[in-house]
Design a binder for this molecule. Sequence first.
Ligand code: NAD
Length: 274
Amino acid sequence: MSKSDLFDVNGQVAVITGGAGVLCAEMALTLGRAGAKIALLDIGEDAMSEVSHNLDNESIDNIAIKTDVLDKSSIEEAAHKTISRFGRVDILINGAGGNKPTATTSPEKPFFDLPQDAIKWVFDLNFLGTFMPCQVFGKYFAEQQSGNIINVSSMNAFTPLTKIPAYSAAKAAVSNFTQWLAVHMSQNYSTDIRVNGIAPGFLLTDQNRFLLTNKDDGSLTDRGQTIVDHTPAARFGNPEDLVSTVVWLVAPSSQFVNGIVVPVDGGFSAFSGV
Ligand code: NAD
């Protein structure tokens, strides 16, 4: 295989849930620039149109489909629309996910009082919102006898972070499920179906800015400073830091890479703190 073929995704079709989000928009751009066709699946229509527009500006063939990853019929409809438009699907990136303040402990809201609906919301979005697209597109991959799935986990999956027990547990479930599905698809359907995960370290995005920086002057909160102090790279990550791992995981030359969750964290998970 020549050097240029090693990471060739030209002509492949990538479905990206949460495609309107900060991290997945960057993944869409990178895969699109490498020649992949992109289907953005997101519940947020306005943000998704903006991402789609950015892809259009770079002449990247794409479709934006309003989808709720918690509604199986909505995912099935999105799969149908993607296949009608592009004829096939090769890659599924499960990026829809997140946390919410009501599922986060604080002096005002101790662990004992975290409400069930908030815990369920976080668990459903991160775990079921990964599980169900894997069911829908996994079935298609089984028929096609090939496919590539990337789930988005988190540092929390290796060691839980303080304050966010539901998000940590849900991402641990995503990592565990990634291993389960990798084995299941290979043993029952095709060894050309691979399932891997990516565990981003700490990126400063709108969803965690309130926890990591002070509103007034943008300086780091104690929590933000602790994270940077525990990151050997001594900084937060950027969405661009993740994309080379995504390209590597879906590359045809990575056929023997299956069932792993890759930390992309500036060394955070390797550092004991001492
Ligand atoms: P983001 O909020 O920018 O993107 C998440 C996207 O998911 C949004 O566009 C949102 O509209 C979409 N979404 C939410 N609910 C949905 C639903 N029911 N159906 C379809 N789409 C839905 O967040 P991000 O920082 O880009 O995070 C992307 C992924 O990476 C998430 O799974 C997140 O948990 C994970 N992650 C983020 C960080 C970080 O530091 N930002 C670190 C580790 C892991």
